[in-house]
Design a protein around this ligand. Structure first.
Ligand code: PPS
Length: 570
């Protein structure tokens, strides 16, 4: 047992009385309204989970972390924890100034003394931290399309932790977990990081890890931000709670971690290890493709399946936390048990079973059987509650195309056909209608178009979440914005992008509203296709050529695609 494992870790909080006074003083400061990701980072900075960081990185530390995985003073730290802000905000602040950091309701959580303001080289950051400047990587996409252009760094003084109303009893700071381990005399603790529901393979893996390292087990799921499209944390925590009694209570505990993951594979594994070390953990499970982001834009994996293990192994002595590596676990039917895939000597004589994440999602979506050897009935029940078969879920049909391409006409036809089918409420968010009711103050600059589309996306995602059908029909000329809407919607249901690929020549020939003529004469500025760009979708679920086809034929193609995706009943 090492005393440092149990000793309290430094936090960045002021004492209670000082924080009360500081809150009043901070009210006069210029304040930054933090994003969800920044709030997660701030919480873990303040409670010591990101020790040795004392605030958002300054430029020297940032550059050093990006280039060498180390802070400027040489200490290991693989992930740039930065405060990104807009150009407009950066103009209002200067070095040496203190700013207030507020949550999304305006509560002041911390103050920060600004030591650095700089424009980062995001392409370089993407290459070095995520391995490629490829926006198929969710964090590279975030970096380029969500994060502000300027970074601000400096030490943070914590006034209060973000408040969580959900699963409070299950959330612990590093010091709370350290105190628990001390109280229970758990001198060796192996942590399991996860962003997915636990199935039988995970249970077997965690049991084996605890046995091999002769340690107690901490199930340490991430409930901050994970990969877009993951099962929401409410459902996951209900799933974890349902299987917790399958673990021996005397040797296992579970705690929730409000981490915003970056899906950075090898670097992320090292980061996860350091965070767990700060929570008083001695051993850490790193499995196959740890924190993997999925495929790159060429359809290949970003990282090798065991790259994360290799990088962790290289640094584990310095980190002071031992890796428990795990290979891919599969079910051997004849022996009715899980075994590491690469240790099955008699593989030609036995039946090896496995259900991938994609296959599980398909079975849930189509209401198909999920066998007992794969998961626990309690977990399957929870997942089915949240992910009913696709034909009962909400979804969004997102038409995109040039003005006059036929979006509104086809969208109207689809709306009526879906209403005729019945079963789910249908809402049409047509470009012109939205501009009248939701976005009347907006023009057609890139900035305004993006705001307009994100508003549509937000409404569509709420409709989808609540089991309805949203049909959107804006021009939506930008790939990144369409993708942002897709991510919003796919947290709750299917997103069906339909590109109405009517050519510019045909749209201009039709010129129903006479706008192309005005655009050609320069009387309408920034007109899509004429004096403003339209980025053609590359991965739409359906591309519709409308020329020489009537509206009903086009609408039928959409209906067939919806049926083929399991969204409407047969
Ligand atoms: S966007 O880019 O998605 O925000 O556009 P959207 O909200 O769909 O609005 C498009 C409708 O506005 C009319 N209009 C213009 N379109 C493009 N560029 C410019 N500059 C412009 N000015 C006005 C036009 O009638 C579009 O309607 P649709 O239904 O697409 O023809």
């Amino acid at each position: 047992m090492s005393p440092s494992q149990f000793a309290p870790i430094p936090e960045l909080f002021l004492s209670w009385e000082n924080a009360e006074n500081a809150k009043f003083e901070a009210a006069d400061l210029i304040s930054h309204d933090m994003t969800q990701r920044q709030i997660c980072d701030l919480e873990l900075l303040m409670n010591g989970a990101f020790n040795p960081l004392s605030g958002f990185l300054g430029e020297a530390d940032y550059t050093s972390v990006v280039e060498t995985m180390r802070l400027a003073d040489g200490r290991l730290w693989p992930m740039p924890i930065t405060l990104d802000v807009s150009k407009e905000f950066a103009k209002k602040i200067e070095l040496g100034q203190k700013i207030a950091l507020r949550d999304q309701e305006g509560v002041i959580l911390a103050t920060m003394k600004i030591t650095d303001i700089w424009t980062p080289d995001k392409a370089r950051e993407a290459e070095m931290v995520f391995g490629a400047d490829d926006i198929a990587h969710p964090s590279v996409n975030y970096l380029h399309n969500t994060a502000g252009t300027i970074y601000v760094g400096g030490p943070v003084t914590g006034l209060q932790s973000p408040v969580h109303y959900d699963f409070r009893a299950r959330r612990d700071t590093p010091n709370e977990l350290r105190a628990f381990f001390r109280k229970m005399s758990w001198s060796k603790v192996v942590a399991f990081q996860t962003r997915n529901p636990l199935h039988r393979a995970h249970q077997e893996l965690t049991f084996r890890a605890a046995r091999e390292s002769q340690a107690n087990l901490l199930i340490h799921p991430v409930v901050g931000m994970t990969k877009p499209g993951d099962v929401d944390h409410f459902t996951r925590v209900r799933c974890y709670e349902a299987v917790l009694d399958k673990y021996p209570a005397a040797t296992t505990t579970m705690s929730l971690l409000n981490l915003a993951m970056r899906m950075a594979g090898p670097r992320e594994a090292v980061w996860h290890g350091l965070i767990r070390k700060n929570h008083g953990v001695t051993h850490f499970i790193v499995g196959r493709d740890h924190a993997g982001p999925g495929k790159n834009s060429k359809g290949e994996d970003f990282y090798g399946p065991y790259d994360a293990q290799d990088l962790f192994r290289e640094h584990q002595d310095e980190m002071g936390i031992e890796m428990v590596p795990f290979k891919h676990m599969v079910y051997v039917q004849e022996r009715a048990q899980y075994e590491p895939n690469d240790e099955i000597a008699d593989r030609n004589n036995v039946t090896i079973l496995n259900i991938s994440g994609t296959e599980l999602r398909r079975r849930l979506a189509e209401g198909l059987d999920i066998p007992d050897w794969f998961s626990f009935p309690e977990v399957v029940k929870e997942l089915r509650r949240t992910r009913p078969p696709r034909s009962n879920q909400g979804f969004t049909v997102f038409f995109t195309g040039l003005s006059g391409s036929g979006k509104s006409t086809i969208a109207n036809a689809i709306m009526v056909k879906l209403m005729e089918l019945g079963g789910r409420p249908v809402t049409l968010l047509d470009g012109d209608v939205v501009r009248k009711h939701l976005s009347s103050e907006l023009g057609f600059s890139k900035e305004h178009r993006d705001i307009n589309i994100k508003r549509i996306g937000y409404v569509a995602s709420e409709i989808t979440k609540n089991g309805g059908i949203a049909i959107c029909a804006p021009i939506a000329p930008y790939t990144a914005t369409r993708r942002a809407v897709r991510e919003m919607v796919e947290s709750y249901g299917a997103f069906v992008e339909v590109h109405i690929a009517t050519s510019l020549e045909e749209c201009e020939r039709r010129d129903r509203k006479g706008l192309y003529k005005l655009a050609r004469e320069g009387k309408i500025k920034e007109f899509t296709g004429i004096s403003d760009p339209y980025e053609i979708p590359v991965a739409a679920e359906l591309v519709l050529q409308t020329e020489a086809k009537d509206v009903d034929t086009c609408a039928q193609s959409v209906l067939l695609r919806l049926e083929n995706m399991g969204l409407i009943g047969r």
